[in-house]
Design a protein. Structure first.
Length: 231
């Protein structure tokens, strides 16, 4: 099977300017996604989708292909991952490149590992899922969540008020690192998360949203703990 890695990296980040190529523990953060994809041995083609010339230059320096520039229509704040991937697949087809499976990898995913990519890929193939992605358990039981209206606090699900945490169904959230997709199914569904999606579970230490400077510092601390010998 032919596998494609698509690293999506637009240039218009606002909360952390130039986020996708900002230095993270000594190298641009996008380099972690590129290098892990290349070193995994899973992909026939590793590329970056961007509309930004500087990001394209950094991507090429770390070994990724940038076969074309992303359109302005898919580089705004509102375009979802599926639309970006669809554009990439269409543009690749025009230059004679076709694949069976693709992995959409985010550029700010320094915790991504070869092991998680391989485990997810095996699950995609073995279970014939449309897509597979990593998830992480919520640190506090989501079924004990609270709501506040005009300073008045109440439970969202009051039926759980006396239940023990260990008796509640576990809940998970998207780890925000990557999505493996079966391309044939994706072209039909045009979604990365379908009714036939699977997931692998990551530990909380392996997951960190990076939306502001505090998140960035936490991510560097976690990464230093997980990968103390990282160069």
């Amino acid at each position: 099977m032919a596998n494609l890695a698509i690293i999506t990296a637009r240039g218009g980040s606002k909360r952390i300017p130039r986020k996708n190529i900002k230095e993270f523990l000594g190298k641009p953060i996008i380099a972690y996604s590129i290098e892990t994809a290349l070193n995994s041995g899973l992909f026939d083609y590793v590329m970056v989708s961007t509309e930004d010339d500087e990001i394209a230059e950094v991507a090429k320096r770390y070994g990724a292909q940038v076969p074309f520039i992303r359109s302005k229509q898919t580089a705004d704040d509102y375009t979802g991952t599926a639309d970006v991937v669809l554009e990439v697949l269409n543009d690749l087809t025009k230059i004679g490149k076709q694949f069976d499976n693709a992995c959409c990898i985010y550029p700010t995913a320094p915790f991504i590992t070869k092991q998680s990519l391989k485990e997810s890929y095996k699950l995609l193939i073995d279970q014939k899922f449309d897509s597979v992605f990593p998830v992480c358990p919520f640190s506090y039981p989501i079924l004990r969540a609270l709501k506040i209206n005009d300073s008045k606090t109440a439970m969202i699900w009051p039926e759980n008020i006396n239940k023990r945490s260990q008796d509640l169904e576990p809940a998970y959230h998207d780890a925000g690192q990557f999505y493996w997709i079966n391309i044939e199914s994706f072209i039909i569904e045009k979604k990365v998360f379908t009714e036939n999606s699977g997931s692998i579970i990551l530990d909380e230490l392996q997951v960190q949203d990076i939306d502001n400077e505090t998140d960035w510092k936490l991510a560097e601390l976690k990464h230093s703990l997980l990968f103390p010998n990282n160069d």
